[in-house]
Design a protein around this ligand. Sequence first.
Ligand SMILES: C[S@@+](CC[C@H](N)C(=O)[O-])C[C@H]1O[C@@H](n2cnc3c(N)ncnc32)[C@H](O)[C@@H]1O
Length: 281
Amino acid sequence: MRAGGTPAAWRGDGVAPGWEAAFEAVPRSAFLPDVMWPYDMGRRRAVTVARSEAPESWRAFADADVPIVTQWDDGAHEGTSPGRVSTSSASMPSVVAAMLGDLRVADGDRVLEVGTGTGWNAALLSHRLGDDRVTTVEVEPAVAAAARGALERAGYRPTVLSGDGRAGHAARAPYDRVIATCGVREIPYAWVQQTAQGGVVLAPWGTHFGNGDAVVRLEVAGQCASGRFTRRVEFMKLRAQRTAVRHHDRVPPEGTAAAEASTTALTEGICSATRAGTAPS
Ligand SMILES: C[S@@+](CC[C@H](N)C(=O)[O-])C[C@H]1O[C@@H](n2cnc3c(N)ncnc32)[C@H](O)[C@@H]1O
């Protein structure tokens, strides 16, 4: 029995043509756990919401245009308070819709998703393209198992694999579309190799100098993939590419005000002359 959709305010912003029926049929709420940690825009932090204790609040957050953390600290977290690092989530619905629009699928396309998470995006893809055309890979076995269960309860049976999505999944390649729903700092070349000629790799990409990403849409031609950025986003990162350098850990909150200052009498002219061996002694 497939779950019926509920209207959500964020859909007023528009869902790409061809995706309306999928968003209508597949509500995000069907993929959320009883205890979850939505981002509360007013309080600017993740809050704990338990369906058993606050069903109306749970439903309001499930239908709201906010990201919802569903796992902390790679599963090592215990209790119901938010953990340290969010490691799995249901992404912000407007971002999910925008990225599916960027993907520009056609009937019959075969898709690989990296980052199954709750399984909601895989369900939307399955509704649009058919179960047999969707493969999704999740690094965290418990998250993959929960997604598989939620997908089955909602009436969808895409191929859900547990493993490191950096390697893609060669056995079901070639794909017409590869979509990553975790941020990357480098595009794994396996994704390009497993994409059909003319196909697309879509991924949130960024640098190690910040947490932000931009969705890059790469078209595969020959051995290469090239393309443009479509929009700014921020995703939790592919496990092996989590940000190593975080500026805010190193820069004090007062900024440069407390920094040591020094000056030099050297000028560019003196430096050039020194290099040329003509500096005045
Ligand atoms: C933002 S969530 C994905 C949201 C998901 N698409 C949905 O519809 O709910 C990112 C997911 O990527 C997974 N992930 C991180 N690194 C991965 C990797 N190397 N391979 C596969 N999945 C990975 C995380 O465990 C997490 O579940």
